[in-house]
Design a binder for this molecule. Structure first.
Ligand SMILES: Cc1cc2nc3c(=O)[nH]c(=O)nc-3n(C[C@H](O)[C@H](O)[C@H](O)COP(=O)(O)O)c2cc1C
Length: 195
């Protein structure tokens, strides 16, 4: 039996200069890409500056161009992993802005989280994001990957210090996401989601 492949969009939630997000993302993608049941599309929000004044019914030409680059990819995805730091016990404003610009694309799809930060490892950002994605009819998966201490949890090669623990956490998250992604994709195909 052939493996059904799900399309996973990995979203880099921090956009500031000198951010650590890409390092965490690169590691996570290196865990996901070898799997036969997943293809990965990395969406870097730093590449799609969306106006904080949006969303609007008629976006400017600049916003329309930015949306053209990102919205179809969110729409196409069967599942999401949001890579988020913790800012003031929550998630970055740029991440919330990108979520707010998209109303329907998350519906009846699973969302998983990879977080990093100081003492709490970004867990407070994750718990708040669960509320946001619930409002958007998405399903957040229980298990997550969380790095306490942020950059200090990684070595100079951008690999987690705790290789075994991190790999196991990534596998659990990806297994859960793949299950939900397939289950919800089959359900959406059979019956349009009643939102
Ligand atoms: C504006 C701001 C607020 C932060 N607030 C928290 C916080 O409340 N809790 C925490 O554990 N870390 C906090 N941090 C530390 C970040 O989570 C940590 O530096 C992380 O690596 C930032 O991600 P980035 O480099 O990808 O932007 C904060 C960092 C910034 C820039």
């Amino acid at each position: 039996m052939s493996t059904e492949v799900i399309r996973l969009a990995v979203i880099i939630g921090s956009v500031r200069e000198g951010r650590f997000g890409p390092t965490v993302t690169e590691w996570f993608v290196s865990e996901a890409e070898p799997r036969e049941d997943i293809t990965v599309d990395v969406i870097d929000l730093a590449d799609v500056p969306l106006s904080l004044a949006g969303p609007v019914r008629e976006p400017s030409a600049e916003m329309a161009e930015a949306l053209d680059r990102v919205s179809p990819r969110i729409d196409r995805a069967d599942a999401f992993v949001v890579v988020t730091p913790e800012y003031n016990h929550s998630f970055p404003a740029a991440l919330k802005n990108a979520i707010d610009w998209h109303l329907t694309q998350w519906r009846a799809k699973p969302v998983g989280f990879v977080s990093y930060g100081g003492f709490s490892g970004g867990l407070r950002a994750i718990e708040q994001l669960r509320l946001v994605f619930g409002e958007l009819h998405a399903v957040t998966v229980r298990d997550c990957v969380s790095f306490h201490g942020g950059a200090a949890a990684f070595d100079d090669n951008g690999r987690p210090n705790d290789v075994a623990g991190s790999d196991a956490a990534a596998k659990t998250l990806l297994d859960q996401l793949a299950w939900w992604a397939l289950a919800l994709k089959e359900a959406r195909t059979k019956r349009p989601y009643a939102s």
